[in-house]
Design a protein around this ligand. Structure first.
Ligand code: HC1
Length: 568
């Protein structure tokens, strides 16, 4: 342990701590901008400067190591003057359109200006003139709002292993852009939106479809139905000031009805359906000799990553569409027929924690006869926008249940929202399919938690399977390299694009700290602990869908509606 002094207060720090970590441990706040928890410091913005006795000038707290006996001052006149000047310089060429900005009320730059007492534009730099990039179905990039903190670049490279964006040019001509300054739609971007979560301003935002959905909700010729993803009910409350990890599933369903959706379905229903299809596909591949390991296919960022970086392994992807797309497909086939509706008159909206789902629903293979399975995807944040526009506070409503015939779900389906959840749900049902018995304890602790890589060997009825779960594409890349190098002990691999899974998706509330993300995950585990229906194969509405319409898992109609192929 190290002993330091900060602002006259004694602090203890661990060996290897930076000054910033030591100050945090002691409860002393220092503003940061480019700093990213869990990654090596870049020290570029200098917002966290402090004075250290005996050292010349100011020292960046994020990158300088704490040392025994160090005496630190965090708010001397020189420190405050420097921080304020940094913000003033950042504002020198920043647009003054806060009123209309997508990050109005949630802008880190605005918060830093407020915290540091900036009340006027002191420097007037030439405005950066660069077109907005609106080419992506998921992400809008506005270089004029970029303050070059580099967090998006680091996230894309160091966490996701994609490197779709990077710094271009140097000095005053520097900007963050794609290779050859092309649109995001032709870049390597996999649409995950993790860059949006770390962007301090509105330089990166989701492509919003709120106006389109509002217009269609008001169109009497349209039947507008909505589905909501497993991870949304445990995060949307944060947008309304409710504690992270509070599940408001029933109140959210009530709120969706108040908005005006004609039906509210639960994507966890089709997560259960996915388990029936994907579990059967896995057992078939094991019996018939591959290709193995089989990779899950519900995370669209991961699919694009595979297409771009590992096309030779595409045959290993499950042919199952994602639960979102399966729901869209059964809405516009089975449900349309049952309600006597022309699929062209149905508008299928989904509420997802994920920006890549917008890209997924626009893929040409995700529909039939030029009718897309899903028409519009709104993120958790856009749902909050929609609720605010309509003046609805979900926390004030009485809970309601989702609609039949796609409203019942198991808690296994709900677990899809956390990394490891698809695997846990699949193992529960595979065990039953192989042995005819239920597992004694459904909880599979080894697959739970925020770790980026988890593994397990499962034995049932003489069959032994190697299972791996990875979240973030940086972790996925490591595993893919092992598999390419000849690793043979895995039969089933779950990949989620975002670290921790959809609870931490790129469409989730901005500004959540790691503890908030863990609280969302814990909420899903609590739902599972308290539920009475905990396995997908016992979902009675899924069973009815097979009896009345689909036939059997992997049958011809399932193949037509619920499966697809990804090709090089
Ligand atoms: Fe997900 Fe999925 S779990 S991909 O993370 O398989 O987005 O929540 O809806 O489709 O069910 C996201 C979440 C989601 C799908 C399911």
């Amino acid at each position: 342990m190290l002993t330091l002094e900060a602002n006259g207060q004694n602090l203890e720090a661990k060996k290897g701590d930076t000054i910033l970590q030591a100050l945090k441990r002691g409860g002393i706040h220092v503003p940061t901008l480019c700093h990213m928890e869990g990654l090596l410091p870049s020290g570029t913005c200098r917002m966290c400067v402090v004075e250290v006795e005996g050292m010349p000038g100011l020292t960046p707290a994020c990158s300088y190591p704490a040392a025994d006996g160090m005496k630190i001052r965090t708010s001397t006149p020189a420190v405050l003057r420097t921080r304020k000047a940094i913000v003033e310089l950042l504002l020198a060429n920043h647009p003054d359109d806060c009123l209309y900005c997508a990050r109005n009320g949630k802008c880190d730059l605005a918060s830093l200006a407020r915290e540091n007492g900036v009340r006027q534009r002191v420097f007037r730099g030439a405005r950066k003139r660069k077109e907005k990039d609106i080419s992506s179905p998921s992400i809008i990039r506005d270089p004029e709002k970029c303050i070059l903190c580099g967090k998006c670049v680091r996230t894309c490279e160091e966490i996701q292993g994609v490197s779709a964006i990077d710094f271009v040019n140097r000095g005053s001509r520097a900007f963050v852009g794609t290779a050859f300054d092309e649109g995001m739609n032709v870049s390597a971007c996999i649409n995950c939106g993790q860059c949006i979560l770390v962007c301090p301003t509105a330089a990166l935002t989701e492509r919003s479809y709120v106006d389109e959905v509002l217009r269609l909700l008001a169109d009497p010729g349209k039947t507008v139905v909505v589905q909501h993803a497993p991870a949304v009910s445990v995060s949307i409350a944060e947008e309304f000031g409710i504690r992270p990890g509070t599940d408001i599933d029933g109140q959210m369903v009530a709120a969706l009805r108040r908005i005006g959706f004609d039906r509210v379905f639960d994507t966890s229903f089709t997560a259960d359906l996915t388990i029936m299809e994907e579990g059967s596909e896995l057992l078939k591949r094991v019996k018939e000799g591959g290709p193995l390991p089989m990779f899950t296919s519900c995370s669209p960022g991961w699919i694009k990553f595979m297409e771009q970086f590992y096309p030779e392994l595409l045959p290993n992807l499950s042919t199952c569409k994602s639960p979102q797309q399966m729901m869209g497909a059964v809405i516009k086939s089975f449900w349309a027929k049952r309600e006597n509706l022309d699929p062209k008159d149905i508008v299928s909206v989904s509420i997802m924690p994920c920006t890549a789902k917008k890209f997924e629903c626009s893929r040409p293979e995700m529909g039939r006869d030029y009718v897309p399975d899903v028409d519009y995807v709104l993120t958790t944040r856009e749902l909050a926008d929609l609720l605010r526009i309509k003046g609805i506070d979900p926390g004030t409503l009485d809970p309601e249940g989702a609609d039949s015939p796609f409203g019942e779900r198991s808690s296994a389906g709900k677990l899809f929202g956390a990394s490891g959840g698809v695997m846990e749900a699949a193992i529960r049902s595979a065990y039953f399919l192989l042995t005819g018995d239920e597992m004694k304890d459904y909880r599979i602790q080894d697959l739970r938690g925020m770790k980026g890589s988890k593994e397990l060997r499962v034995k049932a009825d003489g069959v032994e399977l190697g299972a791996a779960v990875v979240s973030s594409l940086g972790q996925a890349r490591k595993l893919m390299e092992e598999i390419k190098a000849g690793r043979k002990d895995l039969q089933f691999v779950e990949v989620m694009t975002c670290p921790g899974g959809c609870i931490n998706g790129g469409g989730q509330p901005i500004g959540a700290d790691p503890e908030a993300v863990k609280a969302r995950m814990a909420a899903l585990y609590q739902i599972d602990r308290e539920d009475t229906l905990r396995v997908s194969h016992k979902n009675s509405q899924v069973q009815r869908l097979y009896q009345e319409f689909l036939g059997e898992p992997l049958g011809p109609l399932s193949h037509e509606l619920l499966h697809t192929r990804y090709q090089k």
